[in-house]
Design a protein around this ligand. Structure first.
Ligand code: ATP
Ligand code: MG
Length: 341
């Protein structure tokens, strides 16, 4: 299905004027390094999700220009126009003539984004992995975002108190209750989405690699009820007081990638890591579609490097039911470019 019909940019990064008509299924943007390929995907993401995946507006605004404008026309004749004024620092979204400062939730559209640095997810820090999965859960579960920000607020209050020398267990109790309420909910959502992902992980990996390897993402968090959560917080009180922060809870969860039952960090090859992440992307697309009832737009940035021809082919054919916008520095076999930058 085709969701995006057209993208038009003005003063958006290196693009003074740019316009692209998108295909129903695959749109391929070819260009040298620095020609502005990722910038096009960034603008699409901005229109569909309400924020950039890599920068702030002042970075996006073309050097020495006063404003940028990005327009994305959707299939149902809906138009999203984003304007940013460099002088005032203000940005607005206009949807079918109606202006807002932020993209309303009801106008956000599911996106699966592959960025080249996603492959470092496997070997990067737990906090980067948490950020990655938080963003995924936000798209999948309508309550996740609110619960996460409430949890973070309660956690911050608890941590602030822990920095006081005179802090007692009782001082923390009301924050413990809130941390437990929101933290237990986050853990439930995380574990249930991870379970769904894992049910499909190996099959999806084999779709790309066509071999017998297996993979899995292990959620390191414990799924507990609120009372157990409160008890765990109480148990770690002495440690937390000495350290000055909360050592137990949802903010410490991690997601470890396993390849053939071994930690993929340190065992999987680069191409294998890339394939694992791409398998995850297929699964994200499927789950997003089931949960939101909308077919996500698939944005694949610089997807083909490090992948052999066979994997490149399987990749494109696996996503063929989705509208896909792909960037690459060279044209892969069996494909034709829609845009040469
Ligand atoms: N605000 C800006 N004003 C002008 N040029 C910019 C601005 N921000 C970034 N650029 C330049 O725009 C160019 C396009 O960047 P982009 O990341 O889209 O390129 P790309 O085609 O994806 O390159 P690569 O193949 O290396 O990933 C770069 O040369 C970058 O330095
Ligand atoms: Mg790029």
């Amino acid at each position: 299905m085709n969701i995006i019909q057209k993208v038009s940019l003005k003063n958006y990064r290196c693009h003074k004027e740019f316009s692209l008509d998108c295909n129903r299924s695959t749109t391929l943007i070819i260009g040298e390094n620095g020609s502005g390929k990722t910038s096009v995907l960034e603008a699409i993401y901005l229109a569909l999700r309400g924020k950039s995946f890599r920068a702030v507006d002042s970075d996006i605004l073309r050097t020495d220009e006063e404003f940028y404008r990005a327009e994305v026309d959707l299939i149902d004749a809906q138009k999203i126009i984003i304007r940013y004024d460099g002088k005032t620092g203000k940005k607005s979204f206009e949807i079918d003539g109606k202006k807002t400062a932020r993209l309303p939730k009801k106008n956000r559209y599911p996106v699966v984004l592959f960025e080249p640095n996603n492959i470092y997810l496997i070997e990067s820090s737990p906090s980067r992995r948490r950020d990655y999965f938080d963003e995924l859960f936000r798209q999948i579960n309508a309550n996740y975002s609110v619960t996460l920000s409430r949890y973070n607020k309660a956690l911050k209050q608890r941590n602030d108190l822990l920095k006081l020398e005179t802090v007692s267990k009782d001082d923390l109790f009301s924050w413990d209750i809130l941390c437990a309420q929101y933290g237990a909910e986050l853990k439930r959502i995380r574990a249930s989405v991870l379970e769904k992902i894992n049910q499909r992980m190996t099959d999806n990996y084999r779709e790309i690699a066509k071999n017998e390897d297996s993979c899995e993402i292990k959620y390191t968090g414990d799924v507990v009820d609120e009372n157990t959560y409160i008890r765990e917080l109480a148990k770690s009180f002495e440690k937390d007081r000495i350290l000055g922060y909360t050592t137990y809870g949802a903010h410490r969860d991690d997601y470890r990638f396993y390849f053939n039952n071994k930690d993929a960090d340190g065992s999987a090859s680069r191409g294998e890591m890339r394939s694992i992440i791409l398998a995850l992307k297929f699964i994200e697309a499927g789950i997003l579609e089931e949960e939101t009832g909308k077919q996500p737009v698939v944005l694949l940035d610089d997807i083909f490097s490090e992948l052999d021809d066979m994997r490149q082919k399987h990749l494109v054919s696996n996503f063929r039911n989705y509208q896909m916008i792909i960037t690459s520095t060279n044209i892969p076999a069996n494909m034709t470019a829609n845009m040469n930058l």
